[in-house]
Ligand binder design. Structure first.
Ligand code: MN
Length: 699
């Protein structure tokens, strides 16, 4: 058996032979996949995944995690695909490895605090399974232990990321040991000089006090035995370098003023022995007042439990003593990972986890359902936020509600970016504004100065900020276009009489008589059909209705009226069609084809019409449907699509309405500039040999 594998194998005693067999298969698979690669140190690559698996085994994680630990770099670094892992090792492992590969691609760039916080949440949000995070942390731990092999610049970057992202995540999950080691290694890599200064200072103090420390340890041991308190270990505990640095920085203290540079930890068997041991140490040395903390009765929010006290040692050397049970020690070191440690067998262990406020509810769920998946799902809900986190091209992380789209992100960047958004690049691929965001994506929004929000944008966005910005815009826009249209309707009405335009005095008359404050309001009301233009003009004293001759002028539709003009759904008029306008109160003008049955019916019902016609130059694209009867043969839809694009028109949709083996009826939904373009499309489609008839629909 392979020498490298045997280091892992000897740690697997807690698993059954079938599980160990699968782990061995994973080892062989990984070794083969990585066989051509070396670590930066020159070692064969397989050393790394095996080391990761060993740490996971020390934490007594389930066998699937260890399999995933062995395979964690194969998707990222070798040609192996997720599907191959799925075939060999099943879905859980495949998803774990896939999740790890996605995290591998995240690179933290920013140095701002707020950004680090969002980035941490992004890491959590991207993991579908809490084990992905645990394995990732262990992976990072081993990489940090071997970081000296990296080039200085990369070492610096990885160290900063470790310090700002991964160590805090480990802490959040209660994985204390890993967090502390990540901090120290991250600190060494980011600030090597500061690290060495503190380390040397500690070594000096320790050198001076070696004798004293041994003396204290012996005293503790003797006293514990005398008092008949069973204990498993007492050990001198160096304070971690980064926590000393943080203390100096936060409290602005010089090293010499730090009191508890080192301490002791006493591990006992039972909870009540903790308190008896506390009595013993307090009788051996005088406690420092107000430094005693009972985290057993009141655990820290991440579940940490222990008794802490600070004593005056011999020669006035202060020292911190931590007293806890072995289980508490495991929880302190492994945090959430201890769930697997105590999962099935150890009732005492389970009881211990129960004291952790944030695990408590989850464990109750697990007890009810007995399902491990549901447990993980609930851990995820509890830990992982209801948000997505995405990168801007500059590397900033932006937080948005889950379900947000590209357009939400555009508005999150700036209201103007939102208003002018046209399309986006999601991880360098083009995507529509409606594309839903996933944590970890990099999004670039492409804008155009001429672009404006439309009504259906409200359906695309999720965030409150985007929604209100769009509503605000539409409201102002609607008002503006109504005012312009009202002005045009009024001008048209005036030109039928003897006035050419309304002077300020006329407006004064109108406003006083109607008791309305602004001209704009009247124009808006005319456009909305709330006021009649003729009646408004009639309020001017010197206005006289033209007699006789119907010189009615038609309102010109230019296609640029925006929301003031609607095109009727029932007949879908396009430029070139004969048209007429229907004034619908509160909506403005709705343009119908002149012969539209709906329009004729409305006219019979005495609804008000506005005479309209197309302006000589009309802008925009207009919806139109063609109903096509065709022989049902393969490729006919493609030919139609080609015909449409040949005529430079755009297809919205192709719907096969009904078909037999021989024939089909196809509804082709298009956008065209005018009737001429429609004719060009129709001609091209008629030329397709399989097509039997082409009709505009409706009408
Ligand atoms: Mn790795």
């Amino acid at each position: 058996m392979d020498e490298i594998y045997s280091t892992l194998e000897e740690k697997l005693g807690y698993l059954n032979s079938q599980q160990i067999q699968m782990i061995y298969q994973a080892f062989l698979f990984a070794e083969n996949a990585h066989r051509l690669q070396k670590r930066a140190s020159g070692d064969p690559y397989i050393i790394h995944p095996v080391a990761v698996a060993c740490i996971l085994a020390d934490m007594k994680l389930d066998y699937l995690s260890i399999v995933a630990g062995l395979l964690h770099d194969v998707i990222e670094d070798t040609p192996v695909t997720k599907n191959e892992i799925l075939d060999h090792f099943g879905e859980v492992v495949a998803n774990l490895v896939d999740g790890l590969s996605k995290l591998e691609n995240l690179v933290f760039k920013s140095i701002q605090d707020k950004q680090a916080q969002n980035f941490r949440k992004m890491v959590l949000a991207m993991a579908s399974d809490i084990r992905v995070i645990i394995i990732k942390l262990v992976d990072r731990l081993h990489n940090m232990r071997t970081i000296t092999a990296l080039a200085p610049q990369k070492r610096q970057r990885v160290s900063k990321e470790t310090l700002e992202i991964y160590a805090p995540i480990a802490k959040r999950l209660g994985m204390h040991d890993i967090a502390l080691e990540l901090e120290d290694l991250g600190f060494l890599g980011s600030y090597p000089v500061r690290y060495r200064v503190i380390k040397e200072a500690i070594a000096q103090v320790q050198g001076r006090h070696t004798q004293v420390l041994n003396e204290i340890k012996n005293t503790f041991q003797q006293k514990m035995i005398q008092s008949n308190v069973p204990f498993s270990t007492i050990f001198g505990r160096e304070k971690h370098i980064y926590s000393i640095y943080r203390k100096m920085k936060n409290k602005r203290l010089p090293f010499s003023d730090l009191t508890d540079v080192y301490g002791f930890r006493i591990l006992v068997d039972q909870v009540d022995h903790c308190y008896r041991a506390l009595g013993v140490v307090h009788s051996a040395y005088k406690p420092v007042p107000a430094r005693f903390k009972d985290y057993i009765a009141l655990p820290k929010p991440n579940g940490y439990q222990s008794i802490h006290t600070v004593l005056f040692g011999p020669h006035g050397v202060p020292m911190e003593v931590q007293i806890r049970t072995k289980e508490m020690d495991n929880m302190a070191n492994y945090g959430i990972a201890a769930h697997w440690l105590y999962k099935t067998t150890d009732e005492a262990g389970l009881g211990l986890i129960k004291q952790h406020a944030w695990l408590k509810g989850l464990l109750e769920i697990q007890k009810r359902t007995g399902s491990s998946e549901e447990f993980l799902e609930n851990v995820k809900i509890d830990l992982f936020p209801d948000e997505v986190y995405v990168f801007t091209p500059k590397g900033d992380v932006i937080e948005l509600p889950a379900g947000s789209s590209v357009l939400d992100l555009a508005y999150a960047i700036h209201t103007d970016v939102g208003h002018q958004a046209v399309v986006a690049k999601v991880d360098r691929q083009f995507a529509p504004l409606s594309a839903r965001l996933k944590s970890g994506q990099t999004i670039e929004v492409i804008t155009s100065q001429t672009n404006r929000p439309t009504n259906n944008w409200l359906d695309i966005v999720k965030s409150g900020k985007a929604k209100s910005a769009i509503r605000q815009y539409l409201k102002t826009q609607h008002r503006q276009s109504m005012i312009v249209l009202g002005g045009r309707i009024l001008t048209k009405a005036i030109s039928q009489g003897e006035l050419c335009q309304l002077s300020d005095r006329h407006w004064h008359d109108i406003l006083t008589k109607l008791g309305v404050k602004s001209k704009e309001q009247i124009l808006q009301e005319i456009a909305l059909g709330i006021r009649n233009a003729q009646e408004v003009i009639g309020l001017c004293q010197d206005y006289q209705q033209a007699s006789g001759g119907e010189l009615e002028q038609r309102l010109k539709i230019k296609g640029s009226e925006g929301m003031a003009i609607e095109y009727a759904e029932c007949c879908m008029p396009i430029p070139g069609d004969q048209i007429n306008g229907l004034l619908r109160i509160g909506r403005g003008i709705i343009v119908h084809q002149a012969g539209c049955p709906h329009l004729l019916k409305a006219m019979r019902a005495q609804l008000q019409t506005v005479a309209v016609e197309w302006a000589p130059y009309v802008v925009g694209e207009y919806r139109v449907y063609l109903r096509i009867e065709t022989l049902n043969q393969r490729g006919v839809l493609a030919m139609m699509a080609l015909a449409v694009s040949d005529a430079k028109a755009n297809i919205d949709d192709i719907v096969v309405e009904n078909h037999t083996d021989q024939q089909a009826v196809v509804l082709l939904k298009l956008k065209v500039a005018d009737k001429a373009q429609l004719a060009s499309v129709t001609r091209r489609i008629e030329r397709i040999a399989l097509v039997m008839s082409v009709k505009r629909s409706p009408l």
